[in-house]
Design a protein around this ligand. Structure first.
Ligand SMILES: Cc1cc2nc3c(=O)[nH]c(=O)nc-3n(C[C@H](O)[C@H](O)[C@H](O)COP(=O)(O)O)c2cc1C
Length: 330
């Protein structure tokens, strides 16, 4: 018998595979189906900062002729959006029987501390904070931007007891330093990496159009490198891999690199919730074939600290690979 249970953010999960935050996890029926097929936890769709601020702006516009108190309007909208979200947390907790991780997607401090408290009260087991701010101001330096992230993380984590993971992009000047800073400001884990909505250009209409929201298979290699590099350095801090995981092989590789959990999103859209059963079964088969009894027997086995040739993760490897491929050019 092999045991595939893991600890993530201090929570006990029966599988390392987590349903990532998306429209898929905004539907109670799908959340229950995911739980039945053996997912370790579900991250609910994010409550977006824009969802709240857009509603406020709209109501302010339509009520401009009235003498209504603006503070009351703002309060009403926040209660309304948050109320629906809090209900989803309660329903998911009651029906799914697995850890439920709420998610907020924000770019400023605003009222998130207050919302996080409501989310905790509703029974969420943890909170994933997705901070996403495209730096359009070229005169702002990276340390100022990072300080803004830290301020949000600190103010949220200080106000609640449930663990907080921060979902981040891969583009930081020194990712290792930044992730250590997240821990220093109260986060219990990080999700590497967020995959942002990306615009594309239509050559037909000569307009900006949304690119597909779904990832490609090879994208998991990006977090494989960073999890392998960061996992030996982080203590009492969870790392969750996200993006480009379409099969159990890439998920197992991410565990070997040191991920505590692996998040699935595009594969659920394309193959449905029961694909998680395949992931769990194939993980168990892999473990049996290699003689591993529990996940900790091999988690991080191939991280930066544990391999005999750490250069495999470094810049020098690029030179060797480029040389090899240049010989193969037709
Ligand atoms: C349709 C769609 C909606 C998403 N919504 C959210 C969201 O609300 N919050 C969030 O943090 N990530 C969201 N994501 C990003 C996913 O959680 C995930 O990080 C990303 O899709 C990469 O994982 P994948 O390669 O398994 O798809 C969304 C992704 C998709 C495809």
């Amino acid at each position: 018998m092999v045991d595939i249970s893991v600890k993530y953010l201090g929570l006990e999960l029966k599988s390392p595979f987590i349903a990532a935050s998306s429209g898929y996890t905004y539907d109670l029926e799908k959340i229950v189906a995911l739980a039945k097929s053996g997912v370790g936890a579900v991250v609910l769709k994010s409550l977006f900062e824009e969802q709240i601020s857009n509603e406020i702006n709209y109501l302010e516009e339509v009520s401009a002729d009235y003498t209504e108190n603006q503070d009351f309007l703002q309060h009403y909208v926040k209660e309304h959006s948050l109320g629906k979200y809090v209900q989803l947390i309660r329903d998911a907790k009651r029906e799914a029987g697995i850890p439920i991780i709420a998610s907020i997607n924000c770019y400023s401090l605003d009222n998130w501390t207050e919302f996080a408290k409501e989310i905790e009260k509703a029974g969420a087991d943890a909170l994933e904070v997705n901070i996403y701010n495209i730096p359009l101001n070229g005169s702002k330096c990276s340390s100022e931007i990072e300080a803004e992230y830290y301020k949000i993380v600190q103010s949220i984590t200080q106000g609640i007891r449930i663990p907080v993971a921060v979902k981040i992009a891969d583009s930081f000047t020194n990712l290792g330093n930044f992730v250590s800073g997240l821990q220093g400001h109260g986060a219990k884990g990080a999700v590497l990496f967020n995959r942002f909505y990306t615009p594309d250009i239509s050559l037909k209409s000569l307009k900006i159009v949304p690119a597909t929201p779904f990832s490609c298979k090879a994208e998991y290699l990006k977090e494989l490198r960073w999890i392998a590099l960061l996992s030996p350095a982080m203590r009492n801090f969870s790392l969750s891999a996200s993006t480009g995981v379409y099969d159990s092989s890439s998920a197992i590789k991410l565990l070997l690199a040191g991920a505590d959990t692996v998040q699935l999103c595009s594969v659920l859209y394309k193959q449905g919730p029961f694909v998680v059963q395949d992931f769990n079964r194939e993980l168990k088969e892999f473990m049996k074939s290699k003689g591993f009894k529990k996940i900790s027997d091999f988690k991080g086995m191939l991280n930066y600290a544990n391999i005999s040739n750490p250069q495999a993760f470094e810049r020098v490897q690029f030179l060797k690979t480029a040389e090899q491929y240049s010989k193969e050019v037709k």
